[in-house]
Design a binder for this molecule. Sequence first.
Ligand code: ZN
Length: 305
Amino acid sequence: MAEALRLMHVHAHPDDESSKGAASTARYVAEGVDVLVVTCTGGERGSILNPNMDRPDVLANITDIRRQEMDAAREILGVRQEWLGFVDSGFPEGDPLPPLPDGCFAAQPVDTAAEPLVEIVRRFRPHVVTTYDENGGYPHPDHVMCHKVTVAAFDAAGDPGRYPDSGAPWQPMKLYYHHSFHRQRFVALHEEMERRGLESPYAERLAEWKPDPEWDRRVTTKVECAEYFPVRDKALLAHATQIDPEGPWFAVPLEVHQAAWPTEDYELVRSVVESDPPETDLFAGVREWARQAVPGHEQTATLPE
Ligand SMILES: [Zn+2]
């Protein structure tokens, strides 16, 4: 019997796991994949983005409340979840930008911050790891740091000479970046809204958003998961301080999302198994490998260079 496939998502804050890759996650969970979400920070410096939750009693207990929200989202998605234990860096605003708060996640040396993640990789032994692109997906310092730390841990976890006190080496097989905010997707949503005679919320944004074919070409992998969009919405809403149910996230009906863009998209950036993009599955190449692997000796003989 082959052991379960394992997928590890590394995210910056509680709620990122529900806004990026949540529907493909729900699909993999339904297929029996063991999914672990690692959340780098507690989201302590996040703003309250839902007017109904913007109350002094919520603000005073934001750390606890965000943990409870994460617990609810974890249940909805059917994943395991661990905290990496760092403190939110906050989103710097102003000109000039203020310095990062002392001791926050983004102020850590990458090698130091990667250590607890290497320990988790070696313990959970994921086949596939995901994170953000080098710009963080959006320029929050914790997202950029999440990218750096995940790439560092991916590259170090299989090396017995690195972090020797953090568990037995394990080399994950594939590393992906999320690509949820590319222009093509918003064009498709916009056109589907217009086709249905609905008012698109994206007209202004698209008018200023120049096509970027080079960026679009970075998507290597489209995972069909429209059936699980309702799970994604439910998980997002569990982060009640972060999501306004009346806000732009929900301005486009579910059926429009499902019709216009039924996939979640990723960029394959590292692979130690053979895979030939375009792909429709994060485990392409891994499933074939796992079928041949001998339980208990998964990484001895069959891994290519
Ligand atoms: Zn975030």
